[in-house]
Ligand binder design. Structure first.
Ligand SMILES: [Zn+2]
Length: 249
């Protein structure tokens, strides 16, 4: 069983943000404890007395206004904490891969960017499961704060009728599970991945994206990045890794 942990970054309604991102990581069940422990060790470094009180949430760490981040002086120190969370993936097995979809909101004015991103990422996850081994099964776990009801309804209808590309998500079980980010270190890591992709596309800030760029699901045989997609009306001229990979493959 493979679990895809997803979180969002960027506001759907905030006109000052150009992008909405859904992103996260896919972990085989036998690596769940190891990766959670790596992030728990970071929490122990920040609050040795009460690591469970530390919730890693990238935008809150960067902002430095909430506890315990308000006690960490200097923006650079807090930026490095966000990177440390992302860099836990450095030692991970190659079968732990990341997925993300960045939707340029102005390119899809008549559509809901949350639906577009969920359809895109779940379809990519389904293809990944079909590609790795026959009969691989996957489960999607989302942060509770992401649009629970609409995403559940979407997942049910995708499975019944297939998404707009006509491929059914047969490798993915059940409807997505929604969990409280406080209780899941891997949802917290998904938050950082979504944040890294959001900063890459919304602000041209590659600081965080560089920590995970090589982790997106890809096919070495064709040199194609499957795990990252950039949905923009000008994708044919875009030189980001996702658009370039699609054009050259
Ligand atoms: Zn692009």
């Amino acid at each position: 069983m493979y679990i895809l942990y997803l979180d969002d970054s960027g506001s759907v309604i905030n006109p000052s943000e150009e992008y909405f991102v859904l992103g996260g990581l896919c972990v085989p069940e036998n690596s769940l404890r190891w990766l959670s422990y790596k992030i728990e060790q970071l929490a122990e470094r920040i609050a040795p007395e009460s690591p469970s009180s530390v919730e890693f949430h990238a935008s809150a760490i960067f902002g430095g206004r909430e506890k315990p981040w308000d006690e960490i002086p200097g923006r650079l120190s807090r930026v490095n904490i966000i990177k440390d969370v992302l860099l836990t993936l450095q030692e991970a097995n190659p079968d732990i891969v990341t997925f993300a979809c960045a939707v340029h909101k102005a390119s899809y004015l008549a559509q809901d960017p949350v639906h577009i991103a969920f359809e895109d990422v779940s379809s990519r996850f389904n293809h990944f499961l079909g590609r790795i081994t026959p009969n691989s099964r996957g489960l999607i776990v989302l942060d509770k704060s992401v649009h629970e009801t609409s995403l559940q309804e979407l997942a049910i209808s995708f499975r019944r009728s297939g998404n707009t590309w006509g491929s059914q998500l047969r490798n993915i079980c059940e409807v997505p599970l929604f969990v409280d980010s406080k209780a899941s270190r891997l949802i917290q890591l998904a938050d950082h991945i979504a944040y890294a992709v959001f900063r890459r596309y919304n602000a041209n800030d590659i600081n965080y994206f560089n920590c995970i760029e090589h982790r997106f699901d890809s096919d070495p045989a064709t040199n194609t990045i499957h795990g990252l997609s950039h949905l923009h009306r000008n994708h044919l001229t875009c030189t980001c890794p996702a658009c370039l990979s699609r054009r050259t493959s």
